[in-house]
Write a protein that binds this ligand. Structure first.
Ligand code: PMP
Length: 407
């Protein structure tokens, strides 16, 4: 299926502007995607028509808001192919989802000497929560190394696994390099030694079909803002029996069954993990983002992005001084690169002067950058609304920048 990209672009008001006198080319989609009008309208509609607190009001507005909030949960269940809606928990984002698991599952089930395995490709949000837990528990953090292409060394992973391994927490697709990890194999092997597996789906969820039952992961986390949805909203999926065994994360309203000064009993999942008034408006508006994705379909989104990637990679490879960082066989639509002898920030500024938005720096993956002995990269990341003409302008600009250095 060929997508009507101009039609799709028409749904994104932010794309139709000039930046520094040039038409905006937004290639920072791995940081956050733009939002279609339907999402923006849903936010406004909620506040103008239905605004009220959920789950406890006896009135019509509260009832409407509650139903709509829970409708999103049903849609997310379907999006991830989770078995039950109760396995879907709304969080602030990927970061909070990982912190929740570390602080609840980790604190309850880990002991001194236990091991947690992560990988060299991790975002800081899948490193620091585990370090904090290890410090508290006397547990040990182990890190799967990578090759020069940015792929996991699976034989090293095999060697790390043992009965001491309690948690394996790895990124499904790297935000810094784009590498797609062999997560099925990772999960299967972890389960053989009795470890639980968390997948950081912050990047993969926008590009790949996700089926948490087929993957058999124990936890899956993602952020709505990388899925054409609002900021401040994330999803934690967890298997029912594991979520039920975990203590609550935060205490407060909504997460209780009964409170006395002597003792509190907790609500059932998912509410046990949703203390306080949640991010109602953004949860409701997220439906429109999911509808946007579903209407096109992930396979069509991915096919379009792959076409852009192949086109860009071929053109960029011809530019003298262009150095790709991360050349894994399996990648989502991320191109990380350097230009010989130039600082990534300077490249980013020059691209911005041409209306091109990219990310520069360490991408919250400092240890990964350390592995390549660099401070950072320039990252261009594509989404469904990007075009070949935009790739042409990116390549032209990079070519000019590289020539400055080659002079
Ligand atoms: N993990 C990965 C792979 C990411 O790309 C990001 C966002 N850059 C995060 C985690 C953190 O997501 P958030 O900031 O939305 O919590």
């Amino acid at each position: 299926m060929t997508l009507d990209i101009q039609n799709i672009r028409g749904e994104f008001p932010v794309l139709h502007q000039e930046v520094n006198g040039k038409p905006l080319i937004y290639l920072d989609n791995a940081a956050t995607t733009q939002k279609p009008s339907a999402v923006l309208e849903a936010l406004s509609a909620y506040y103008t028509q239905d605004n009220s607190n959920i789950h406890r009001g006896a009135h019509t507005l509260a009832d409407r808001a509650t139903r709509s909030y829970e409708k999103t949960r049903a849609m997310v269940r379907e999006f991830l192919n989770a078995k039950e809606e109760e396995e879907i928990i709304f969080t602030k984002g990927t970061t909070e989802g990982i912190n929740l698991v570390a602080a609840t599952y980790g604190r309850k089930f880990l002991q001194e000497g236990d091991e947690i395995i992560i990988s060299t490709l991790e975002h800081h949000s899948n490193i620091v929560p585990w370090q904090l837990l290890c410090e508290e528990k006397g547990a040990i953090l182990r890190v799967i190394p990578i090759n020069d292409q940015g792929e996991l060394l699976m034989e090293e992973y095999d060697k790390m696994l043992s009965s001491k391994t309690k948690i394996v927490s790895v990124v499904h697709a790297s935000n810094a390099l784009g590498t797609i990890n062999p997560v099925r194999e990772i999960i299967e092997k972890a389960h053989k030694v009795g470890a639980k597996v968390l997948l950081d789906g912050a990047q993969s969820s926008a590009h790949l079909d996700i089926d948490v039952q087929a993957l058999d992961c124990d936890f899956f986390v993602m952020s709505a803002h990388k899925l054409y949805g609002p900021t401040g909203l994330g999803i934690l999926y967890g298997k029912r029996e594991i979520l039920e065994a975990m203590p609550p994360y935060q205490g407060g309203g909504e997460m209780i069954k009964e409170v006395t000064f002597e003792k509190t009993t907790f609500n059932d999942i998912p509410f046990k993990f949703e203390a306080g008034t949640p991010n109602i408006a953004d949860v409701i508006a997220f439906q429109k983002a999911l509808e946007f994705i579903n209407a096109i379909g992930k396979p069509a989104i991915r096919a379009h992005e792959e076409e852009l990637m192949a086109y860009a990679e071929e053109k960029l490879a011809q530019i003298k001084g262009f150095i790709p960082v991360g050349t894994a066989d399996q990648k989502v639509s991320v191109i990380s690169f350097l230009i010989n002898g130039m600082h990534p920030f300077d490249i980013g500024m020059m691209l911005d002067a041409n209306g091109i938005a990219v990310r520069t720096g360490h991408h919250c993956t400092q240890p990964l950058m350390g592995r390549f002995n660099i401070e950072g990269t320039v990252r261009a990341s594509f989404s469904v609304y990007n075009t070949k003409e935009e790739v042409d302008r990116l390549c032209e600009s990079i070519s000019k920048i590289a020539k400055l250095k080659n002079k």
